[in-house]
Ligand binder design. Structure first.
Ligand code: CTP
Ligand code: MG
Length: 232
């Protein structure tokens, strides 16, 4: 039963990648990163609709990619905002009114597999909101502006947060609405729910679901994809 609406924020500038243009158009095994990402959801039988959020300059290129690859679940390509949060808010607004369950997934996470996505949705089903995250490998310390350590956080309770993140539409909209009206910014969507006191469930993700952020990530992503192809 197709019931999920997907919002893909892809309106960043990719500054840490340093390519000089949106990193989501960089090739991964010969195809733009964003094409890999959209394909995951195009191929999922529980997804009915996909909204891609792009920056003004990129919208026509995204439109060309969508048509070229016949991604017919893409119902809108809308204009993003200054912060990721502004882009997601615009994307959620563009979903059809019939969509009641929303998945947000970074355009820059092309390595999520369909199996992992469906496993995540199954585990998340009984929660109003759930996020994919993995245990951290490093010891994490909080530091002062001077560089002096102020606190070492207990690693067993720490998680590195990824996307997908899934939400009942009503609470996601409420969280975004309240955040924009009070000028609150969080680095992911779940943090907006936490800020207004809603529970967020963590579901274990995959080490391979990396966000392509710096040039080393692109290299790693190529390696992971090459390995997967070799196993086929
Ligand atoms: N994003 C967005 N709108 C913004 C900023 C980010 O839609 N105003 C998207 C990015 O395109 C990316 C995802 O949010 O798919 C995660 O952001 P990030 O990895 O930080 O990408 P960029 O912001 O593009 O990279 P950087 O922070 O290095 O500039
Ligand atoms: Mg960013």
């Amino acid at each position: 039963m197709a019931k999920y609406g997907i919002v893909i924020p892809a309106a960043g500038q990719g500054k840490r990648m340093g390519a000089g243009y949106n990193k989501q158009f960089l090739a991964l095994m010969g195809e733009p990163i964003l094409v890999h990402t959209v394909r995951i959801f195009q191929e999922s039988n529980v997804v009915s609709e996909i909204v891609i959020v792009g920056s003004n300059d990129d919208i026509s290129v995204i439109d060309d990619l969508v048509h070229h690859h016949k991604f017919d679940k893409v119902s809108a390509i809308c204009k993003g905002g200054v912060q990721r949060q502004d882009s997601v808010r615009a994307g959620v607004q563009a979903l059809s009114p019939t969509i009641q369950r929303v998945v947000v997934h970074d355009g820059a996470r092309p390595l999520l597999t369909l199996e992992e996505f469906h496993r995540f949705l199954g585990a998340a089903e009984k929660f109003p909101s759930a996020i994919m995250a993995i245990p951290v490998k490093d010891t994490i310390k909080q530091v002062l502006a001077t560089g002096e350590v102020s606190l070492t956080l207990p690693r067993e309770y720490l998680r590195a947060v990824q996307t997908p993140q899934v939400f009942d539409r009503g609470i996601l909209e409420e969280a975004h609405y309240r955040a924009v009206s009070e000028g609150y910014y969080g680095t992911d969507d779940a943090s907006l729910l936490e800020w207004i006191g809603y529970p967020v469930q963590v579901i274990e993700g995959s080490q391979e679901n990396i966000k392509v952020t710096t040039p080393e990530d692109l290299w790693l992503a190529e390696r992971i994809l090459a390995q997967r192809l070799a196993r086929l």
